[in-house]
Design a protein around this ligand. Structure first.
Ligand code: ADP
Length: 393
């Protein structure tokens, strides 16, 4: 059957999904990942119902890095029968200032995207590696890059400039925003579920291990809590969110921390993990009786509330608020606490609908409609990929 492979390559994991295509309709068949690269590598795959298809653990030196992970995964994918690979869709974190939409990849585009590695050094090179390898091995299979920044490219300049001398903006030091594939998917679902609200002033809260919020007017992103990098905005699993840049200067200049150590602190040791000293996983914190866990959760909720206030100001009011991603979809207690801090906006939660995980979780009289909409970035990528290859053939 005709199929599209979706790839999301990071430094420690390679995630993949296979969708079959029939009469223009996509159906997810397989999802899998090789995680623990260079640590405890494990390749797992599941069918659409979640039944395990494959589960193999490797020695650390058997899969020391991403190229080895790609090789192992490719070998397994090639052993599958019955799929005719039409195209590969990739999640690429950075489309820089130029790419506002998914794009078919050629060598020129790949070279251009490689120049954005400076803007996202931890992600972009990993995202591009499987593209380069697939181009060499399967040059006839079209590949599509779907950017996490693209959905935010409609922002007014007012939102995307930093108050720095203009030359910095010209060299790319500006706000970009991320999680765009998730926002695009959720905004599309909201249009189906509640068109009247989707056309209004909406905040989508993508609360996962990475967390951000996006303000939308009539389905278009006008503001986001993430900026030049995915460090800004809300506190996350291991990232601090908004931080006075003076702290970074202090760490480097007064404490003498090497830049690499500061980077490690900000990407891997801060956020819920750093604050609680217990875990980066919200489930662990909710289950813990340790007061530091409670404080980390309080802090997360408080910062969410502050950012809702600022995005509401960007929108000039708020008609609907949507929870999505790991925490947003699965933690009713967190939703309740965040909505409690939105009561000044006229938001009123229906506690039963919230506990039941309904799509609409506000009361009929709430001035802000509250929704839970599960995200699906991979389906978004598969959809873009199919649309682009269909348009060009
Ligand atoms: P990513 O940002 O890596 O794509 P997800 O959106 O899958 O991650 O979110 C993962 C996070 O969601 C976990 O680290 C955990 O903190 C949180 N999470 C998942 N399920 C629950 C739950 N039932 N209760 C609270 N938090 C949850």
């Amino acid at each position: 059957m005709d199929a599209i492979l979706v790839v999301n390559a990071g430094s420690s994991s390679l995630k993949f999904q296979i969708f079959t295509v029939s009469q223009g309709k996509l159906t997810r068949q397989i999802r899998g990942q090789l995680d623990g690269i260079g640590q405890r590598p494990r390749l797992r795959a599941f069918d659409a119902k979640g039944t395990s298809l494959f589960d193999l653990t490797f020695q650390r030196e058997e899969v020391p890095d991403l190229p080895a992970a790609i090789d192992r995964t490719r070998t397994w994918l090639r052993s599958l029968e019955g799929f005719n690979l039409l195209a590969i869709g990739h999640r690429v974190v950075h489309g820089g200032p130029d790419y506002a939409a998914p794009t078919i990849i050629d060598h020129a585009l790949l070279d251009k995207l490689a120049t954005y590695a400076e803007l996202a050094p931890l992600h972009q090179p990993n995202n591009l590696l499987p593209i380069r390898l697939a181009m060499e091995i399967n040059p006839d299979v079209p590949q599509v890059a779907c950017f996490d920044t693209a959905f935010h490219r409609d922002h007014p300049d007012l939102a995307d400039f930093y108050a720095l001398p203009l030359a910095f903006h010209r060299e790319g030091i500006r706000r970009y925003g991320f999680h765009g594939l998730s926002y695009e998917y959720v905004a599309g679902r909201l249009r189906q579920i509640a068109p009247q609200h989707a056309a209004g002033r909406v905040i989508i809260a993508h609360l996962g291990s990475g967390a951000s919020m996006c303000a939308l007017l009539d389905g278009h992103s006008v503001e986001s809590t993430m900026g030049f990098t995915a460090l800004d905005g809300l506190p996350m699993g291991t990232r601090p969110g908004q931080l006075d840049p003076g702290v970074v200067l202090h760490l480097i200049m007064q404490k003498g921390m090497p830049a690499e150590a500061v980077s490690k602190l900000l990407y891997h040791e801060a956020g819920l993990k750093g604050l609680s000293g217990i875990s980066n996983d919200m489930r662990d914190l909710l289950a813990s009786k340790d007061p530091r866990a409670a404080f980390a959760i309080d802090h997360f909720v408080y910062r969410c509330a502050l950012n809702i206030g600022s995005l509401t100001a960007a929108l000039g009011g708020l008609d609907a608020f949507v929870f999505t991603a790991g925490i947003g979809e699965n933690a009713p207690e967190l939703r309740e606490r965040i909505v409690h801090r939105m009561e000044w906006l006229g938001a009123a939660l229906d506690p039963e609908a919230n506990r039941a995980g309904s799509s609409l979780i506000s009361t009929p009289t709430s001035r802000v409609a509250l929704y839970v909409v599960p995200t699906d970035e991979e389906l978004m990528i598969a959809g873009h990929t199919l649309r682009l290859i269909t348009a060009t053939h």
